[in-house]
Design a protein. Structure first.
Length: 365
């Protein structure tokens, strides 16, 4: 008999949600009965339905709502659901409440380390709740972090990376960002794509730029929200780098910009899983330089599919940048290997298969 899975998630952002959606499309092809509660206007709904997935036009709007929890519970009972897979705070809190008194297995998703503490009572409403049967972690770093917080049931946390399909990234021709920014034709372009938060370590990246010889045509593009903070601008001005650091802000065509660059630089200092923007760059064949925080180091084999430097070490980061600038054939080779690594080790088929194995194990327990 087919295993019945109810997924509750927000699929309205097509690009962001695509790797997650691929899991359940893959499971449907394997014979699982997949039911998805989400917003009906999501673009992915048509792909779900084409795969034989039943889509329910519902997503909880509040974290604590008895009527929303009851709606989920009623659906579980009416459809004999075996597993519920919950992906965001509203889904998690209401889904756990809905499972009370039922035999249904509860699986949660965790995409980053941090904000869960064994001594925090609120953590027991979600990831540390005894009703949870498994926590689907997007990296080993996240799994290790959660296991440190779990007083009982450490085996609940399991790493299953969200896979990508390199074919998703074939239709992003390079945007002529050099022309738009009036940069020299020989400019060596670095890019960081993020919404600026402390964990992203942007000040360390800017300090690394300050260490580079001023005569070299190395330019950094910062794409994302809130990059123009007082601290960031102060560091840029200290290094007289105003002409080499370009704060671009949020862009819808970000992948076209990434594909026009030479190197993707990740300067994060903590808390991340496997960063989606790095995966996208690698899938586009762009060489990555990343910091050695848990999670992201699973993406790259140092000196093979990218370079890894220690977090909070601007000098090491600037040395890595110079290495690729001075040996651009090596940079191109790293980019090719990076794409191959995503294709072979972080693909959607592997993710669906590992999820299948998890679900089958849970139902047999």
């Amino acid at each position: 008999m087919a295993i019945k899975v109810l997924v509750i998630s927000d699929y309205r952002n097509y690009i962001t949600a695509r790797p997650e959606a691929a899991i359940f499309i893959g499971l449907a092809k394997m014979g699982f009965q997949i039911h998805i509660m989400t917003y009906k206007e999501a673009e992915l709904v048509s792909e779900f339905e084409a795969a034989g997935i039943k889509v329910i036009d519902f997503h909880p709007k509040k974290k604590f709502d008895k009527s929303e929890s009851q709606k989920i519970k009623d659906y579980i009972l009416e459809n004999n659901i075996d597993i519920i897979h919950l992906f965001n705070n509203q889904a998690i809190v209401n889904g756990i409440r809905a499972s009370k008194g039922l035999k249904v297995k509860v699986v949660l998703y965790r995409g980053y380390a941090g904000n869960i503490q064994w001594y925090d009572p609120f953590s027991y409403l979600k990831f540390l709740h005894p009703r949870v049967d498994a926590i689907f972690c997007n990296s080993l770093g996240v799994e290790e972090f959660i296991k440190k917080q779990l007083i009982f049931g450490k085996q609940k946390a399991i790493t299953i990376n969200k896979g990508h399909d390199v074919n998703w990234y074939t239709n992003y021709p390079p945007f002529d960002i050099k022309k738009e920014l009036n940069l020299p034709s020989d400019a060596f372009l670095l890019i960081n794509v993020a919404n600026n938060r402390r964990m992203k370590g942007i000040p360390y990246l800017l300090k690394a730029m300050n260490n580079l010889p001023k005569e070299l045509p190395i330019h950094l593009l910062l794409v994302g929200r809130d990059m123009d903070t007082k601290e960031n601008l102060r560091i840029i001005n200290q290094g007289d780098n105003e002409g080499r650091v370009h704060i671009i802000g949020f862009k819808k065509n970000v992948l076209n910009i990434v594909s026009a660059c030479d190197v993707f630089v990740l300067s994060s200092i903590k808390g991340e899983s496997i960063t989606k923007s790095v995966i996208e760059a690698m899938a586009l064949g762009i060489a990555p330089i990343i910091s050695d925080i848990p999670g992201n180091t699973e993406l790259v084999i140092n000196n093979k599919s990218g370079l890894i430097t220690r977090a909070k070490k601007p000098k090491e980061l600037s040395e890595a940048i110079l290495r690729l600038f001075n040996d651009q054939d090596f940079s191109i080779e790293l980019g090719k290997n990076a794409k191959k690594r995503i294709e072979e080790h972080l693909n959607t088929e592997q993710t669906a298969l590992k999820t299948k194995q998890l679900f089958e194990k849970l139902v047999k327990v």
